[in-house]
Design a protein around this ligand. Sequence first.
Ligand SMILES: Cc1cc2nc3c(=O)[nH]c(=O)nc-3n(C[C@H](O)[C@H](O)[C@H](O)COP(=O)(O)O)c2cc1C
Length: 203
Amino acid sequence: MSESNDRDPYALFQDWMAEATRSEINDPNAMALATADAQGAPSVRMVLLKGVDPRGFVFYTNTESRKGEQLLANANAALCFHWKTLKRQVRVEGAVEQVSDAEADAYFESRPRESRIGAWASQQSRPLEGRFELEKRVAQFAAKFGLGAVPRPPHWTGFRILPRRIEFWQDRPFRLHERTLYLREGDPAAQEPARWTTERLFP
Ligand SMILES: Cc1cc2nc3c(=O)[nH]c(=O)nc-3n(C[C@H](O)[C@H](O)[C@H](O)COP(=O)(O)O)c2cc1C
């Protein structure tokens, strides 16, 4: 780990993501997202990181999906990136907030038209009779919007994880791995520049 990255986990994350983008065969931005329901029962699935800046880590989804309902009931989440080619892992934990409508609109607008129609057609995480039911809904929404604009569905938006802790893990020989934990001081939702403390952890 270079000294210049000390105490700025986002700079280090961007360096590792850039390396992963060069070395991974696909989806370097794929991350496991863990959520829990109101009783604390966890579930985990992969999503794609679509934005990262000093405010936090953003992904997009359907708010009526299982994960969406869990996040509305319990606004905390954890992320885990694993880059096999680099033998690295990054873990992020924190509170979750929805992105602004303007931010979600801008990202939705950047997606292919077929994906935008798919966001209307998919009742994500609810029972589906068969592939035909999905294709029928895609055709219905394609006909509804015709050649016009496809607006962002009200049930589709982004969530931002506001990290309280970020841990970087690097494989080293004989399982003597290197772990560096960044802990955010103060309120993770506060606007002022974040202050981080770092510590090393036993592997
Ligand atoms: C590599 C990968 C990336 C994915 N990215 C997303 C994503 O960005 N957003 C999303 O809603 N689902 C994504 N999925 C699908 C989710 O893993 C999951 O099946 C879906 O969101 C429903 O999860 P839920 O029932 O827990 O809400 C992705 C799956 C994989 C394998």
